[in-house]
Design a protein around this ligand. Structure first.
Ligand code: ZN
Length: 273
């Protein structure tokens, strides 16, 4: 397993990439931080959510800033429309701009997958777990939004199976990564949530759940997603974990829990070149 994403700093803009994804030369991608944008207040500064307490102009501007850095045309971005479920949509060139320049019919979708070059996929975060997938041999990419509900529904594992079954990927070639999100240090839940994890993962859930005082539990969502990758057959050397908690790092990340919902949106962006 590889630990850590690479941080790029350009002026006051900071963003992250996955080293082994960069090395393939077949994708451009990033996970954004909150720095380098034009939004203010709770959305300061690089908010990428149109549904936040921010102006449309700011958000568009922020998209222009980040996409310019990674060589993506913001007018072609394709947005997910996340509902904490496990639906994964197959995206083609015809979907270009859905969510940003044209109205979208992509609804109830937490995962995006494509084998077409020049189609930039976007998923959104503020604590939930960003999952990145790349088969550099077959030329297939996917992004999945895996909060605790998505993790219970195993959207990560389902994304891998879709790459294999519908796109002809070989599991030995698939690279995976887990971006900055809420860490075990701050993800505290009650018994009913823990019950759902045991229902989904069985005894394996013991590996990533720790009991605290007063019937509170801390869950390691990174470990729970790594476990899914391993069970789907992904090689250990093809798994990268950023190991950065969004709640812990207020300077770099928005966090829904820390900011009690009054916060901006981070994004994962990826495109085959
Ligand atoms: Zn933390």
């Amino acid at each position: 397993m590889n630990i850590g994403f690479k941080h790029h700093i350009v002026g006051n803009l900071e963003y992250l990439t996955i080293p082994c994804f960069d090395e393939t030369g077949v994708v451009t991608h990033c996970f954004t931080s909150r720095t380098g944008g034009t939004s203010s207040g709770e959305c300061q500064a690089l908010n990428l959510g149109f549904n936040r307490n921010d102006t449309r102009e700011n958000v568009l501007n922020n998209f222009r800033i980040i996409t310019q850095q990674i060589n993506v045309d913001y007018r072609n971005l394709v947005f997910s429309n996340q509902v904490h479920e496990d639906n994964i949509a197959s995206i083609t060139m015809q979907d270009g701009g859905k969510g940003i320049t044209v109205e979208s019919d992509i609804r109830g979708v937490d995962g995006l997958i494509t084998s077409e070059r020049g189609v930039p996929l976007v998923t959104f975060y503020a604590d939930c777990v960003p999952l990145f997938f790349l088969d550099p041999i077959k030329g297939v990419i996917a992004l999945s939004h895996s909060g605790w509900r998505g993790t219970v529904k195993k959207i990560g594992e389902k994304t891998i199976y879709k790459m294999i079954n519908e796109y002809g990927c070989c599991v030995d070639n698939i690279l995976t990564a887990i971006g900055p999100s809420i860490g075990k240090c701050h993800f505290e839940v009650d018994e009913p949530v823990v019950g759902q994890f045991f229902k989904s993962f069985g005894k394996n859930a013991e590996e990533f759940i720790e009991e605290k005082k007063n019937k509170k539990y801390h869950i390691d969502l990174w470990r729970a997603n790594v476990l899914q990758f391993q069970q789907a057959g992904i090689k250990d050397e093809h798994i990268t974990v950023a190991q950065e908690c969004t709640y812990c790092n207020e300077k770099l990340y928005f966090s829904h829990r820390r900011d009690k919902g009054k916060t901006g949106s981070l994004a994962a962006i990826m495109q085959l070149v």
